[in-house]
Ligand binder design. Sequence first.
Ligand code: ATP
Ligand code: MG
Length: 424
Amino acid sequence: MAKQIQAIRGMNDLLPSQTPAWHKLEQAIRELTASYGYSEIRTPIVESTDLFKRSIGEVTDIVEKEMYTFEDRNGDSLTLRPEGTASTVRAGNQHGLLYNQEQRLWYVGPMFRHERPQKGRYRQFHQFGVEVYGLNGPDIDAEVLLMSARLWKKLGLAEHVTLELNTLGDSDERAAYRDALVAYLEQHKESLDEDSQRRMYSNPLRVLDSKSPKTQALLGDAPKLMDFFGEDTKAHFSGLCELLDQAGIQYVVNPRLVRGLDYYNRTVFEWVTSSLGAQGTVLAGGRYDGLVNQLGGKPTPAVGFASGMERLVLLLQELELVESEPAIADVYVAAMGAGSQAAAFALSEQLRDEAPELKVMSHCGGGNFKKQMKRADKSGARVALILGEDEIARGEVMVKPLRRDEAQRSVALSEVAQVIKDSI
Ligand code: ATP
Ligand code: MG
């Protein structure tokens, strides 16, 4: 036998048993974004490599080691998008959507990062995200957080996630802090882990994020970013906290939260769960007022978030908030005897006209009563409709309940849709 070809490691097939959970999530996302007046944007999966280098930052995990970058046939360097923000800004600039305008946008789709595959971490994964342009107050930061909180409520996850919040200040405040931090780290260079020694000059704020216990121990006495904030940064953050308090959204201020991408300023946040093990962040984002300008557009304030959909689906499955074997059909139409197949199709089509909300499956492939009823059972249908030559001659059909202990009965074809609606 020929050797079977396997999928790429870390890139998952979503099998028929899993897609209903994805539909539930996608449906919730569409309803959610519509109910806040956000519009969908779709961008290509492939972009110029420079777009991600210039936005995410050269010294970040994503650009240093996670991107799928290749040369196309023209010799141009292209990259499979690792996230959605850079592409959204690129598209917004290119089509003149951003300057002097307000835009509330959302997107959903696959992203690609060459990471070590494990539970909740894949090489092709899906993000849902929102991006808002042209608004610089804490009110819009609060709105995107209200929106995320509503998503948890819609999905039944509200009890299982918590919000962590921080502010990173503006770029000049961070520059002053950066100098002070580097001066402190230089005094303790030998005690830092290897990654942090390398990063202390290229991206010192990431040292705060280090997972090394000895580096973390040192950071206790390091200068605090908070001490470098001016009045505007403080007012923005306290304005946001007040709006969240008034809306009844609970949060924890986490001064260690810095995020892995370079473009954030002021507000940053993560929604985390303890129900997924190590990969606990299900939604993350913040403000990125400098990025539009950095990518060639006019200065435009911006805020957004992205959410990892595989992690949300895992959470829904683990908390049993989605059916593990959802029914494919509500009604199974069986055809017995010569010439009954055409009548079975006609009945199925009639039902789809009269009751579009019903999932109607027509038996194909012939076979005896037992075989057809086995298929009906497997489909999960609650009712089988059986058309034999006698029923067809009388303009009737046999209605057989499959999940209740009720007798089957013959019903006129003209009444069958109503009978099914009443009995399901
Ligand atoms: P992490 O710290 O888990 O690596 P990140 O900071 O790299 O996350 P972001 O770039 O902020 O993640 O992406 C937003 C969200 O997308 C994450 O919070 C997570 O839910 C999801 N995500 C990121 N990388 C992956 C991945 N490789 N597989 C599945 N989901 C992912
Ligand atoms: Mg990551």
